[in-house]
Design a protein around this ligand. Structure first.
Ligand code: PMP
Length: 398
């Protein structure tokens, strides 16, 4: 088997979140009534005005042709305006690269910044894609862990303890996938200042910027610490905010040299993002935020429901998520037991047992560098959500 697949690609782990989702969908296709908390995907349809813009774009023959690799000029101008409106960050349209989803923006950013041996500090629990995207380019993901007792928020002291002469960047994400934590302004400022003082890059993933609840507020790190501008990449996309996961439009924004290099890479890898999808994204980011507010209000109700239901299960501890659409309970109290005749010692085994015996899918913490925890996406209807958690409660209390 040697050399058939390159070492870099052979080392990539499959996406655990997509794997859980695929398992649930396969069971469902086989006629099982499975409730899936796996995928981080809003259940709402994409708002009508966005779909209509895409339909119109289909009929315009200009969109049947190649367009600039870095993105439609009108979309880049709209992204600059949207960024200023939503977070207060002022950037020139030339500082944006439109990508095939936020995931592709993560990949392009790592390609542009990471070389062999470069260490990237990852706030753990982390989104599964980050470490793989770092490793592809020979980089070393370094986990800096903050669990439930720390509110899932990493401190500057922890980052400083993990810093070495090879530290190139810190990958910051708030609101967080998978934990739903939102960093307060003072902690974001402290992380930004620490990065500036050590010449460390900040990659900040703002894809959940509009999904914050209660008193939580989203703050963009380069707005709070403008001195980071020359070493900061902002990642974002339309998937979560506008229920547009299938349209595949994201972007990265930052200093001209990095954006230029990433654009060159993209010009050889994919050329432009589908023009019709870009037209839809243009309608999304230049429209108002009413649809976003409506979806956020629905998520907020589900968020409180799922937290209550999970906390009612003996052995499960679930802090209220402050952002995104994930609950991230500690499930250690359910380990070293047996459910439906299956011995369960880890959250990975727990997820398999629950899928088998209760027909409920969730992603075990192992996928996020956090054994003992689990991620439940609550981007689903209230009835299914209630039924799913109730099934778990019934299984573990039987
Ligand atoms: N960043 C984070 C933190 C995410 O959770 C996701 C989606 N799971 C993305 C980026 C990428 O989303 P997409 O590729 O669908 O735009």
């Amino acid at each position: 088997m040697s050399n058939r697949v390159s070492a870099a690609v052979a080392g990539i782990a499959p996406s655990a979140t997509l794997a859980v989702d695929a398992k649930a969908k396969a069971l469902r296709a086989a006629g099982e009534n499975v409730i899936g908390f796996g995928a981080g995907e809003p259940d709402f349809p994409t708002p009508d005005h966005i779909v209509e813009a895409a339909v119109a774009a289909c009929r315009d023959s200009a969109n049947h042709r190649y367009s600039p690799a870095g993105g439609l000029p009108a979309l880049k101008t709209a992204l600059a305006a949207k960024t200023k409106r939503d977070s207060g960050l002022e950037l020139d349209p030339s500082q944006f690269l439109v990508t095939n989803g936020g995931k592709h923006a993560v990949y392009n950013t790592m390609a542009a910044l990471v070389g062999p041996g470069d260490e990237i500090l990852l706030l753990a629990p982390y989104w599964t894609t980050y470490p793989e995207a770092i490793r592809i380019f020979g980089g070393v993901p370094v986990d800096v862990f903050a669990g439930l007792d720390a509110g899932f928020r990493v401190s500057v002291d922890q980052l400083e303890a993990a810093r070495t002469s090879r530290t190139k960047a810190v990958l910051f994400v708030s609101p967080s996938n998978p934990t739903g934590s939102v960093y307060p302004r003072s902690e974001i400022e402290a992380i930004g200042r620490w990065a500036v003082s050590h010449g460390i890059w900040v990659i900040t993933d703002e894809i959940y910027e509009h999904l914050v609840y209660g008193d939580a507020e989203h703050h963009s790190l380069p707005v709070l610490v403008p001195e980071i501008a020359d070493r900061c990449i902002v990642l974002n996309g339309v998937a979560k905010t506008y229920a547009m996961t299938g349209w595949r439009v994201g972007w990265m924004a930052g200093p001209a040299d990095v954006i230029g290099a990433a654009t060159n890479l993209q010009s050889h890898a994919t050329s432009n993002v589908c023009n019709v999808a870009q037209a839809a994204a243009l309608a999304a980011v230049s429209g108002g935020l009413d649809d976003v507010a409506r979806m956020r209000a629905a998520f907020d109700v589900r968020r409180r429901r799922i937290t209550d239901l999970l906390n009612a299960i003996d052995g499960v501890e679930c802090p209220e998520p402050e952002g995104a659409f994930y609950a991230f309970p500690r499930m250690e109290g359910l380990l070293d037991r047996s459910f439906g005749g299956t011995e369960v010692d880890t959250t990975l085994e727990l997820s398999t047992a629950v899928l088998e015996h209760a027909k409920v899918a969730f992603v075990p913490g192992e996928a996020f560098g956090a054994p003992g925890y689990a991620r439940f996406s609550f981007a689903m209807g209230l009835d299914d959500l209630t039924e799913g958690i109730t099934r778990i409660a019934d299984l573990v209390t039987a």
